[in-house]
Write a protein of this length. Structure first.
Length: 138
């Protein structure tokens, strides 16, 4: 059994964004040489997310609107966490969208269902954050 580890770094200039990272993950898989196994992709920051869904701009807009209704950024005074910070909403949004995904690797490819893509969700941008790609298999 082999393992492979890579970090992907992002610095989103906005507070919130959804970035399709499928090409970077596929490149990591090729670099690993692993053709059968599993791949874990997880956000290594508590105000960011990794999730799988459709790469459709209307859906991403709907996610953004829905998350902002669930955990609005303002007023920041509504959150106990915000003693000197303004990102409590980002922690809540990350909790809803998830920390990581695991995808099967079959014949050297991500074993997706129809339309599935991997996304990095940023909820408190404007600084460098990383995503871990860990591949285990043969």
């Amino acid at each position: 059994m082999k393992t492979y580890r890579k970090e992907l770094w992002f610095e989103v200039p906005y507070r919130r964004a959804f970035i399709n990272i499928t090409p970077e993950v596929e490149n990591s898989l090729r670099e690993s040489g692993i053709t059968e196994g599993i791949i874990l992709i997880n956000a290594m920051h508590i105000t960011a997310s990794v999730f799988i869904n459709d790469d459709e701009s209307g859906l991403h807009h709907d996610f953004d609107v829905w998350l902002e209704k669930l955990a609005p950024h303002e007023p920041v005074s509504q959150y106990c966490h915000n003693n000197g910070e303004d990102n409590a909403d980002a922690h809540l949004k990350r909790q809803v969208m998830g920390r990581e995904v695991v995808v099967a690797v079959t014949n050297g490819k991500l074993d997706f269902g129809p339309w599935e893509q991997i996304f990095y969700g940023e909820f408190d941008g404007r600084r460098r954050k990383r995503v871990l790609v860990k591949i285990i298999g043969e």
